[in-house]
Every structure is written in structure tokens, then in C-alpha cells.
Design a protein around this ligand. Structure first.
Ligand code: ZN
Length: 318
């Protein structure tokens, strides 16, 4: 028996010729899209377009990172130069537009001066270990008295320049914020031959401005003070100074506040002690360091000192 052909003209969709094909009944209209239903996915883009889009996005991201890094590097290098130049020859002759704008928007800069060991007994519980650290004493001179006298003299000079100043003791108010902070100390050791000035910012640095402030203060102090740079004796107590350690203590400076601790000389060395006996000398040196730094980072200029005599209250934007 010959096999019938599978398909014949007129047979549509049937594997069995001669079998009538029932038309597919359209039982219901096509469902309408529910407006609340999530939108249908667009047809996928061809792979080459996806690859091209990804490549373009990657290239843009790389260019943005390179441009930002280069700009930050240029800015940092330029500020390095400005700090070095201000340390050599003082602030520039005229305030730049950035300095003027910042002065206009943020008002005068604010400086926190910490008198080392002042009111140590009042330290909060988290700093209870400091309550008995009342500072060095030698030759009838107490460190706290030297620190306080230098802070007062420095504050008077800065206020005359229109800079706002706040003096604090051992206890720094939590998260205290300022344009910069200086912790003032003088040293004392058993070795009567040891002398000199030393200083430190926190390590690791708290802000990229820390090294600029340190460089400016060091240059001014070492230029004015008749004593060597005792850099080899910078201790962990300085680089991990509690008042800068916002990661360990509540009573510490705001992390954005550039801060440096200075040991202005050894009270146990007669020559250092004699120089510190006139507090306006270290104060004048530190004043030069502070104002040259402020000018170098475009935050202050002598021409803006017309604000002197204005409000010296603290609490504005740093
Ligand atoms: Zn001290």
C-alpha cells in the first residue's frame, strides 16, 4: 500500500491528509496590558552596542579619575610651594580672589590654642590618666605658666590681625572645629644637656593641611628661636596626641581641623628656659607661622586685618 503523501495542497497544518483542519477558534480578544503591571522589557540591545557603551563609560570614569588626581596633585604641589614661599618671604603682597571670597563667605579664620596641662584635674573620665600630668617644672618655672603666657600673647597678636581665637585647656570640647589648632607645650627631661624645639601633627595625618601647618610653624619657630631642631625626640605621645585623636576620644578636635603640637623648648635647659621666660618671643614666632600658613592656604591676608577689633567670639564657620 503506497504511503500517502504527508502534505497536499490545501492541507494546512495537518500531518494526515484528508483530515479536516479545524480552524483555531479565537475564544477571547487579546488581553490588554494591565497598566499596573511592570513595563515589558525592551528588546535587548545588540551585544556590540552594549560593549561600546560599557567601554565608553569605563573610558569616561578613567578620564575623570585621572583629571581629578592631576588637579588635586597640582593643587597640593602649588600649596606646597606657597607654604614654602610664605615661610621664606611672608604672605603675598595682595590677597588673591580665593582668599577674598573665603573671607567674605566664611568670615575670619578661627584658631584654637591649647594651653598644655591647664586644668588637668578636670579631665573627663575617658582622659582620667591626664589628671595627674600637670606638666614639666624646672628652675622655678612651671610649664603650664609658660604655655598659658605664650597662648595669651599669641592670642593678642592674632586678634589684632582679625583672627578669632579660642583658648582651651587639657580638655578639648568634643569635636571642636576650627581653621587650625596649636597645642602649646614645653618639655622637661632628666638629661640637662638636651634642648631644642620639636613639633608634630598626628600620624596618620588628619587632614592634608596638617603637613602645611607643621612646615609653616617649624620654619617660623626655628628661624626665631635660638635653639636646635630636636626632631629626633618627637615621641608617640606627640604623633598620637590625645586631643587630635578623634578616633579614640570624644574630647578631641574635629578631624577636619589642621592641628600641630609644639614643644617650645626644654625648661630643664637654662638657655631654652631663658628664651621662654619672655613669652612674647615664642608667641611672635608662632604668630608668623600661623599667619603665613593661613595666607598660603588662602584663608587670611594682612590686608583683611581691617576686621581687627570686630567680634572675637567663637562659633562661626571655621
Ligand atoms: Zn607638656
Amino acid at each position: 500500500m503506497p504511503r500517502p503523501p504527508r502534505y497536499q495542497v490545501g492541507d494546512v497544518g495537518s500531518a494526515y491528509p484528508g483530515t479536516p483542519v479545524a480552524p483555531t477558534p479565537r475564544t477571547a480578544p487579546l488581553p490588554r496590558r494591565d497598566p499596573a503591571a511592570p513595563p515589558q522589557r525592551a528588546a535587548p540591545r545588540p551585544p556590540w552596542r552594549r560593549r561600546a557603551t560599557r567601554l565608553a563609560a569605563l573610558a569616561l570614569a578613567v578620564m575623570a579619575v585621572v583629571a581629578t588626581t592631576a588637579a588635586a596633585g597640582r593643587h597640593a604641589a602649588a600649596t606646597d610651594l606657597r607654604v614654602a614661599r610664605a615661610a621664606q618671604v611672608g604672605p603675598p603682597a595682595w590677597p588673591g580672589p580665593v582668599t577674598l571670597l573665603r573671607g567674605l563667605l566664611a568670615g575670619p579664620p578661627t584658631v584654637v590654642l591649647q594651653v598644655g596641662h591647664l586644668d588637668a584635674a578636670d579631665a573627663p573620665d575617658e582622659l582620667a590618666a591626664l589628671r595627674t600630668r600637670t606638666g614639666a617644672s624646672a628652675g622655678g618655672v612651671d610649664e603650664v605658666a609658660v604655655n598659658a603666657a605664650v597662648a595669651d600673647a599669641l592670642a593678642a597678636r592674632l586678634r589684632a590681625d582679625g583672627v578669632r581665637v579660642r583658648i582651651v585647656g587639657t580638655t578639648v570640647p568634643p569635636n571642636l572645629r576650627a581653621t587650625l589648632a596649636l597645642a602649646l607645650h614645653a618639655d622637661g627631661v632628666q638629661d640637662a644637656n638636651r634642648r631644642g624645639y620639636k613639633s608634630a601633627h598626628a600620624i596618620p595625618t588628619r587632614t592634608r593641611r596638617d603637613p602645611w601647618l607643621l612646615a609653616s610653624i617649624d620654619a617660623a619657630y626655628l628661624d626665631a628661636a635660638p635653639m636646635p631642631h630636636d626632631a629626633v625626640n618627637v615621641s608617640p605621645a606627640m604623633t598620637r596626641y590625645y586631643a587630635f585623636a578623634h578616633d579614640r576620644f570624644r574630647h578631641a578636635l574635629h578631624p577636619g581641623t589642621a592641628a600641630v603640637i609644639v614643644e617650645m623648648g626644654y625648661l630643664t635647659h637654662p638657655a631654652d628656659r631663658a628664651w621662654l621666660a619672655a613669652p612674647d618671643r615664642p608667641a611672635a614666632a608662632l604668630h608668623d607661622g600661623v599667619t603665613r600658613y593661613l595666607a598660603a592656604v588662602a584663608r587670611w591676608h594682612p590686608a583683611l586685618a581691617w576686621r581687627a577689633g570686630g567680634p572675637t567670639s567663637f562659633g562661626g564657620v571655621p
